[in-house]
Design a protein around this ligand. Structure first.
Ligand code: ATP
Length: 453
């Protein structure tokens, strides 16, 4: 199965989804850059999440807080104490370090050497603010986006007139000095999170926990993730993070096993209470109607953008031996189809001239491309045979391909090919934009034009 990860990693690199960071200098420890297709897909994931969590929901507003915050925030949150530390052991022979919870044996997995006693290792990334690198200038790159939400709790309350229950959403970068990064973009030291913090009455916390867990699982399913590859796993009490009263991991079945992609947590009053204590500001909520003052409980849904990216990619990846085409003889070649959901696909439309040695066809195809490009993320491609070009588009998940052929020159119609069925319809150029829009909205493809036999 690791073989599959290698294929996915190499497809990501070859087609411009993801590059190793600082590659010309030999790379840089588990850091990755998102290429031209990757950034489109990543933005689509974030857009889909933001729309779902803010626009389509009641009482949820957004925020974009700074990565750098007062170090006092991290004192209050418990991240600077043992609460945010992994237990590590070191091999006395080769000096490699391993996470205790990941070790399956009592000896070094690399050289079989003897291991030291476990030691806590803090995951916060230290940095200095200002010109002097001393203790007073020390702060940290945030390890989770949610602390920026808690410290703005009063600001949001007073500027938006929200009443509990309500939520604040944020998407942004987080940093953790992970000891064992790996599995491509699954575990990195710099990553992006999409988090909702839902503030509610303590008595309603369990009810909302269940609600948000279901919502979040449905988000993945509605974007095409196979149900059999998704599960919710209750975190045992002894393994709960320092801030949580209850936690459920949403897990995906990756080629390297079932792994967490999102955490749903009942953080109780941990954060608001501790920030009140440390800042001296009263972060309790006053319910005007009930004349009750209390610390709202927080239900958090915390998803990783990069882990979602990998989830969508792995779930969509298909290999078809001999190819899908029935009209030509099957060869031994393996065809790749990236069956991404329409909302997630980086490119929606490809515009292709049937052949590239006919200037009138190329000219026409470029005109069509110009017409479509402002409305949908599109690509123009004239390289190689038309069959190869279709396959190149299937490999990156392009939803539909428009081909300009000789008939186009006569009657201003083009063929539209759908990625998943490979079926083709003939449509007028003047209606192309409207029809592509309908395809993206999920209308039945074959009803949108004249079927090409
Ligand atoms: P893990 O047990 O895998 O280290 P976690 O339980 O520490 O994860 P949380 O603190 O709950 O993770 O963070 C919420 C989400 O943020 C995770 O579900 C994941 O999607 C993402 N995330 C956390 N750490 C990383 C990382 N090092 N690389 C990529 N994404 C991450």
């Amino acid at each position: 199965m690791q073989d599959l990860m290698q294929k996915i990693t190499s497809l990501c690199k070859r087609r411009g989804f993801i590059f190793p960071s600082s590659e010309i200098y030999g790379g840089f420890g588990s850091c990755y850059d998102y290429g031209p297709l990757g950034v489109e897909m990543k933005n689509n994931i974030k857009r889909a999440w933001w729309k779902e969590m803010t626009q389509l929901k009641e009482n949820i507003v957004g925020l974009d807080s700074a990565v750098l915050m007062s170090p006092k925030v991290w004192q209050a949150s418990g991240h600077l104490t043992a609460g945010f530390a992994d237990e590590l052991v070191e091999c006395k022979g080769c000096h490699k370090r391993f996470r205790l919870d990941e070790l399956k044996q009592k000896k070094c997995p690399e050289c079989g050497g003897e291991l030291t006693k476990p030691r806590k290792f803090n995951l916060m990334m230290k940095t200095f603010v200002g010109p002097v690198e001393d203790e007073a200038a020390t702060t940290y790159l945030r390890a989770e986006t949610c602390q920026g939400i808690y410290v703005n709790f009063l600001n949001v309350l007073s500027t938006t007139r929200q009443k509990v229950p309500f939520g604040i959403c944020q998407i942004g970068k987080s940093f953790r000095n992970e000891i064992t990064p790996g599995n491509f973009i699954y575990r990195t030291r710099e990553f992006e999170q999409m988090e909702l913090q839902w503030f509610c009455h303590p008595k309603e916390a369990e009810k909302y926990f269940e609600f948000w867990l279901k919502e979040r699982i449905n988000w993945y399913l509605n974007l095409g993730i196979k149900k059999s590859n998704l599960r919710a796993k209750e975190v045992p009490k002894k393994d709960l993070p320092h801030y949580a009263k209850r936690a459920v991991d949403i897990e995906y079945k990756f080629p390297f096993g079932w792994k967490e992609i999102e955490g749903v947590h009942n953080r109780g009053d941990w954060d608001l209470l501790n920030h009140s204590k440390h800042s001296g500001q009263d972060l309790r909520y006053f319910d005007e109607e009930k004349k009750e003052k209390y610390f709202p409980y927080i239900i958090e849904t915390s998803a990783g953008v990069d882990r979602s990216f990998l989830t969508f990619f792995v779930d969509a990846y298909q290999e078809i031996k001999g190819g899908r085409t029935k009209t030509t003889k099957a060869t031994k070649e393996i065809e790749v189809l990236l069956k991404l959901h329409k909302a997630i696909s980086p490119i929606k439309v490809a515009v292709l001239p049937l052949v590239r040695n006919k200037p009138e066809l190329v000219k026409k195809a470029k005109e069509v491309y110009k017409l479509i490009k402002p409305h949908f993320p599109s690509q123009y491609d004239e390289l190689g045979s038309i069959g190869r070009r279709y396959r190149r588009q299937d490999e990156v998940g392009t939803i539909a391909s428009v081909t300009c052929d000789f008939q186009t020159l006569k009657d201003d119609t083009v063929t539209l090919r759908e990625r998943d069925s490979m079926k083709q319809i003939r449509v007028e150029i003047s209606k192309l934009k409207e029809i592509i829009q309908k395809i993206l909205e999920g209308e039945e493809f074959l009803k949108l034009g004249k079927i090409v036999k």
